[in-house]
Design a protein around this ligand. Sequence first.
Ligand SMILES: Nc1ncnc2c1ncn2[C@@H]1O[C@H](COP(=O)(O)OP(=O)(O)OP(=O)(O)O)[C@@H](O)[C@H]1O
Ligand SMILES: [Mg+2]
Length: 427
Amino acid sequence: MAQNSLLGRPSTSPFSPHFGRTPHSLVGRDSLLAEVGGGLLTGPNDPRYTSIFMGVRGSGKTVALNEVEDRAAGEGWVVLSMDAGTPGLLERITQAISQADRTYEALNLAEITDRRSIEKGIGIRLGPLEGKMATTEHRDHGATMGLREHLTYLVQAAQRHGASVLLTIDELQGIDRVEGRRLSNDLQHITRRAELPLAFLGAGLLELKHTLLGDRKMTFFHRCEHFDMPPLATEDAAIGLAGPIQSSGGTITGTALALGSKAVNGSPYRLQVIGDIAWKTSGAPDSAIDTPDIEAAIAVAAEVVDAKISVAAWHDLSEGSQRLLEAIGTRGGTTTSAQAAQDSGIDGKTANDALRRLADTGYLERPGHGTYRLTDLVPREIIRRETEPPQTTPPIPAALLKCRKWMPRAKAYCVLSKNHTGGCRSK
Ligand SMILES: Nc1ncnc2c1ncn2[C@@H]1O[C@H](COP(=O)(O)OP(=O)(O)OP(=O)(O)O)[C@@H](O)[C@H]1O
Ligand SMILES: [Mg+2]
C-alpha cells in the first residue's frame, strides 16, 4: 500500500546516518562499555563510577552514553538523562527528579520530604486526601530546595530500595560556566564526600580538556575517569556494514565490503552514511551492493561528512586557530610550529599554545617534535573552501541572496534570504 502513497516510498535502509541515533549494529564498543559498566557495578569507590566520554564530532559519544543508560535502566537503576547544549541545565535536572518521582512510584520521594515538613510542624490535618495534600506540600517544599537536596533525596530514596541513580550529561562542552561550577560542587559533595550511590557519565567534544577540565573550580569533572572514543577498527567497520545489510535481507560483495570498511577510516558516522547511501543507490535488498555502488557511496559520503562534521568543526574554532590551520593547509598540510606562527602572523608563544590545543582536540597530529599535520577532522580542501575569497561575479539580486549563517546545533547554514526577519532556519 505504501508504494502507492503520494508521499513516495518509505526507506528500507537499516543504517542510521543521524547524530544521536543508536545504530542497528553497535560495533567496536565492547571494551569501553565493559569498563564503564564495571565501574557502575563496583560502586562509588571505583574511579569509573564517574566518567566522561570525549571525542570529535560523530565519534559515537551520544550512542555510547545511551547504551550505558539503557543497560543501567535494565538493571533497575534510576536514570536521569540530560543534555547541557542549552542553558538551564540545573533546572532541567530538578524537573527530571520530579519526573523520576512520578515514574518510579516505589521511590516515594514524597515520604522523605514530607517527614521533614511534618517535623517542621506544619500541622495539616491528614484525612482521606492525605496523598494529595502530602504531594502539594512536598512540591511547595521542593520549590525551596536546592539541586543538591533534590539529588540527595532522590539518591537516598533509591538507596532505600537497593537501587542507584545514574546522572548522564551529553554535550558537556556546552555547559554554562556558572551552572557547571555549581553542579561540580553538588556532585562532589554527594558522590565523593557523602559516598551516596549517584553515578555520573558525561560526554562531550575534546575541547573539554581545555574548558571544563581546566577550570579549577570544577574539581568533580576533573577527577572523573576520562575515556577517549576509540576509532573503529576496520574489522569492526566491516561488521557494522555487513550486519545491518544481511539482517535486512540484502547482500554485499566481499570486495565492496573491504573497500567500504577501509573507507570508514575509524568514524562511526561515516560508516552509517556509506552504508545508507550504498543501500539506497544499489536498490538493496533486491540487488547486491557491489564495487561501483560502494565506490559511489564513499564519494558521496565524503561530501556529507565534510558538511556535517568538518565544516561544523571548522566553525567551532576561534579566528586565530582558523588562521593557523589555514597556514598549515597552505604549506601542504604539514609544517613546523615556527613556520605556522610566521605564516599566520601570530606570535610564537600564542601560536604554540594554540597548536597544542588543536592537537589535543583532534584537528592536528604531531608526526615529529615541533611539527604539526592536519587530520581528517578538517582537511585541506575544507579549509580552502571556507577561506577562499568570494568570487567576483556580477552582483546577485538582493532577493536571491541567502543568509547562510552557520547554525552549530543544526550543523547547517541558514537557507532563508539575507536580512530575513525572525530566527534562522536550516530547511
Ligand atoms: N559503535 C558504533 N557503531 C556503529 N555506528 C555508530 C556507533 N556509534 C555511533 N554510531 C553512529 O555514528 C553516528 C554518530 O554517533 P553519535 O551521534 O553518537 O556521535 P557523537 O560523538 O555524539 O557526535 P556529536 O559530537 O556531533 O554529538 C550516528 O549515526 C550513530 O548511529
Ligand atoms: Mg552527540
